[in-house]
Design a protein around this ligand. Structure first.
Ligand code: UTP
Length: 282
């Protein structure tokens, strides 16, 4: 599908159970885990804002109310710290609340990422949209990954997935693509496989948690049968678009931390801490 409209809304599927972080995620959403003092989902919202979006659509599930509360004013708290040195610690989130509109819907049954995205249709309607999986924390100075992808969308006007080269032994944790490199770091996707065993993987180019999707994806998702793991997979729906040549994969500039895993989360925390210390010294 060739889409003229710009990308002005970002969808955050945030209904997963986050079992790898139990017990921390028993009563608290994974997306609220902090790296330093900021929850993962706030990094995602800031990345979307930097890419020109100010409408955020969030797919939540049971036990996720903290996300809604985070993107709302807290009058008591603000009253308490007004005029103190702590006030500046709320400045960023206050700015987000002032600039953005948030809407929410619930995924009642956890039937997979594809199903979560389809649940978001009611918030998106018929327009192209971006998707951020907040547990993939991406950093790249002033030019975020979504900013890079929006630039690419202006040229190709079709669905775009962010990819990175992974260790070939890890393919069974990702959606994996193959395709022709039509420009440096840009591929026209011909094949997509969800979590292939290393021996069956067409390449080591793995999809990470950033997408731009054209709205025809919803009709495709409605018809998509449960795939790997009995879940409705976005990779299977994207493969339908890819058959018509309508999916681009983009090897982005920047660093991704898999904050859905303990190792990635600790690495992100250490790196961002060191970076913040360096900034303080300046
Ligand atoms: P994950 O594969 O990381 O699953 O989902 P999870 O449940 O969040 O975490 P673990 O594996 O149990 O530790 C990838 C993304 O898709 C969302 C998740 O919130 C996460 O952002 N998701 C997944 C949904 O919103 N709904 C689903 O049914 C499945």
């Amino acid at each position: 599908m060739y889409v003229k409209a710009p990308v002005s809304i970002c969808l955050f599927p945030a209904a997963g159970y986050g079992t790898r972080f139990l017990p921390a995620t028993k009563a608290m959403p994974k997306e609220m885990l902090p790296v330093l003092t900021k929850p993962l989902i706030q990094y995602g919202v800031e990345e979307a804002m930097a890419a020109g979006m100010n409408t955020m659509a969030i797919v939540t599930g049971r036990g996720k109310r903290a996300i809604e509360d985070h993107f709302d004013v807290s009058y008591e708290l603000e009253h308490q710290i007004k005029g103190t040195s702590k006030e500046k610690q709320l400045a960023d989130i206050r700015h987000i609340i002032d600039k953005c509109t948030f809407s929410y819907t619930r995924q009642v049954e956890m039937k997979g990422l594809g199903h979560a995205i389809l649940t978001g249709e009611t918030l998106i309607g018929h327009q192209p949209f971006s998707v951020i999986l907040a547990d993939d924390l991406c950093v790249n100075g002033d030019e975020g990954v979504l900013t890079q992808m929006v630039e690419l969308f202006k040229k190709y006007r079709c669905s775009i997935v962010a990819i990175e080269e992974i260790d070939p032994s890890q393919t069974d944790k990702y959606g994996v693509i193959a395709g022709e490199e039509i420009a440096p770091n840009i591929y026209r996707v011909s094949t997509m496989v969800e979590k292939p065993a290393p021996a069956d993987a067409p390449t080591n180019l793995a999809i990470i948690g950033r997408y731009i999707l054209t709205p025809d994806i919803f009709d495709i998702l409605r018809e998509t049968k449960p795939g790997k793991g009995g879940e409705i997979q976005i990779t299977d729906a994207l493969m339908e678009q890819a058959k018509a040549g309508n999916v681009i994969a983009y090897k982005f500039r920047g660093k991704r931390y898999d904050c859905g895993s303990v190792d990635g989360y600790v690495e992100a925390t250490v790196d961002l801490y060191e970076q913040s210390k360096k900034n303080d010294e300046r």
